[in-house]
Design a protein around this ligand. Structure first.
Ligand code: ADP
Length: 473
């Protein structure tokens, strides 16, 4: 059973293939064209042959009429296969000649009279033509009825003595069938050639698996299929880098979580190893709490980024005042700034109207201000927030007089898990919230989702300014 199925499959596949359909359509259209063409040839040939035959009959009837009036007999002008009937003025058969029986003569007269009535031209010359089967030979005859002064001549002639019609039909049929056969063969060959790159693409696509995304089709052709292959290659390249990023992201995330987990484990084991004093337990618990804070922060950021990546973050955009959002963020972070003795200043905050999602913009500004607070140094430490608007842009600026960022780090600042100085930002003496390197990635995503762009200016030892500009028109 199985064997039968397998052998039947390529057959079914062929009938469902584009190749087959292309050839089928092509052949069907060609068959219609050939049929129309052959019919046209056949009809025009018929018309020409009939016209010729009628003309010859007419000429002959004229000479018969002349012969009748001069010698009283048409014999000389008549040929072997001609049929001749002479009717008197009152419709009686006066004479008949040719391969025609009495019964046929009666039918001929009837037809002639009928045709004469149909032509509707009274006594004037009227033509009739019809084709009649004659005995076994099936010779087709054409007749005309021509009025003469004292009666009517009915004259018939084989319509197609050389069997031209049959020969024409056979020629057209054979020609059409041969053309169709060549078209089917050629069509299959052409369709096969045209579809070969598709087979290459299919084969390669089959071979490209999740683990081998490095393969490319590299189809060099410049036609539509080449374009398809290029698009496919581009898509695989994007997939590959997305997978790569994902892998890196998971590796970085687990790495980031491993350090605090190890610290928590170590601190707890050390505290439990022997009896400790109160302050020693307090210190251990503080370390554990700080690491816990770091981990919840990290997990929250990871969750946010994962949602952003999967497109699950629904934006609820409304017209809002960016300076309001800035004031909210300042209010939220004031306690943190106070705790580590940083002055958080609200600079110029004029009304700055923008269409955006308040929650996201608040998160973006909070991340920037929090960084400003975290990465300040020395005495008189300040972070300033300003907003403003031009004709087609709204902007918000967060500047600090902190440690600054080295120039070589600026291009990587928005990369996930990127930190300028990993040692400095973890567990420093002042117990400030240590960073995971995800905050600016989130800022970048939110700015982009609002059609904005983040610019950074920084000088080591002098400070940093982050500016986000949004298009408003
Ligand atoms: P983190 O959570 O570590 O702060 P971010 O993505 O917010 O991560 O920032 C990435 C890195 O950029 C930080 O580790 C820090 O080194 C640097 N950075 C960000 N903001 C500032 C700033 N205002 N001043 C100096 N360095 C900064």
């Amino acid at each position: 059973m199985k064997k039968m199925k397998r052998s039947g499959k390529p057959f079914t596949t062929f009938f469902h293939s584009i190749r087959f359909r292309l050839v089928l359509w092509f052949t069907a259209i060609l068959a219609i064209v050939l049929f129309a063409f052959s019919s046209f040839i056949y009809l025009s040939q018929t018309r020409d042959i009939r016209g010729d035959a009628l003309y010859r009959l007419d000429r002959k009837s004229v000479s018969i009429a002349a012969a009748l009036s001069s010698s009283g007999t048409p014999t000389l002008t008549l040929q072997e296969l001609d049929i001749f009937v002479l009717l008197s003025a009152n419709g009686k058969v006066v004479a008949s000649r040719g391969v025609v029986s009495d019964k046929d003569v009666v039918a001929l007269v009837k037809n002639a009279q009928q045709a004469s009535v149909q032509s509707g031209e009274g006594g004037s010359q009227s033509y009739i033509s019809w084709i009649e089967e004659r005995g076994d030979s099936h010779t087709h005859y054409m007749f005309i009825a021509k009025p003469i002064p004292n009666g009517v001549i009915i004259l018939g002639n084989p319509f197609d003595p050389y069997n031209l019609f049959n020969r024409l039909t056979v020629t057209l049929l054979i020609g059409s069938l041969l053309t169709l056969a060549v078209a089917i063969g050629g069509g299959l060959w052409l369709a096969d050639r045209a579809m070969r790159p598709v087979q290459t693409i299919t084969q390669a696509a089959r071979e490209i698996s999740d683990t081998d995304l490095s393969r490319r089709l590299n189809l060099k052709s410049k036609n539509e299929l080449g374009e398809l292959a290029d698009t496919f290659d581009g898509m695989v390249a994007r997939l590959q880098s997305a997978f790569e990023r994902q892998r890196q992201f998971v590796a970085d995330a687990s790495h980031e979580l491993r350090t605090p987990l190890t610290i928590v484990n170590l601190e707890a084991s050390r505290a439990l190893a022997s009896r400790r004093t109160g302050p020693e337990y307090e210190r251990a618990l503080n370390v554990i709490r700080s690491e816990n804070e770091f981990m919840s922060h990290l997990v929250n950021d990871l969750l946010t980024l994962a949602r952003m990546d999967s497109g699950q973050m629904a934006m609820d955009k409304n017209l809002l005042d960016l300076s309001d959002v800035a004031l909210d963020a300042i209010e939220r972070l004031e306690p943190l700034a106070e705790r580590i003795h940083v002055t958080l200043e609200a600079g110029d905050l004029p009304e700055t109207i923008l269409s955006g999602d308040r929650q996201y913009l608040l998160q973006m500004l909070s991340n920037l201000i929090e960084n400003g607070i975290k990465y300040t140094s020395g005495k008189d430490r300040r972070v300033k927030v300003e907003t403003g608007q031009t004709d087609d842009e709204a902007w918000v600026r967060v500047s600090d007089n902190g440690v600054g960022i080295p120039e070589e780090s600026l291009p990587h600042l928005f990369d996930r898990f990127y930190r300028v100085d990993k040692v400095r930002t973890r567990n420093d003496e002042e117990e400030q919230a240590s960073g995971s390197g995800l905050g600016l990635s989130i800022v970048h995503w939110i700015a982009q989702a609002h059609g904005g762009k983040v610019n950074v200016e920084s000088k080591v030892g002098e400070g940093t300014t982050f500016e986000v500009r949004f298009k408003t028109s």
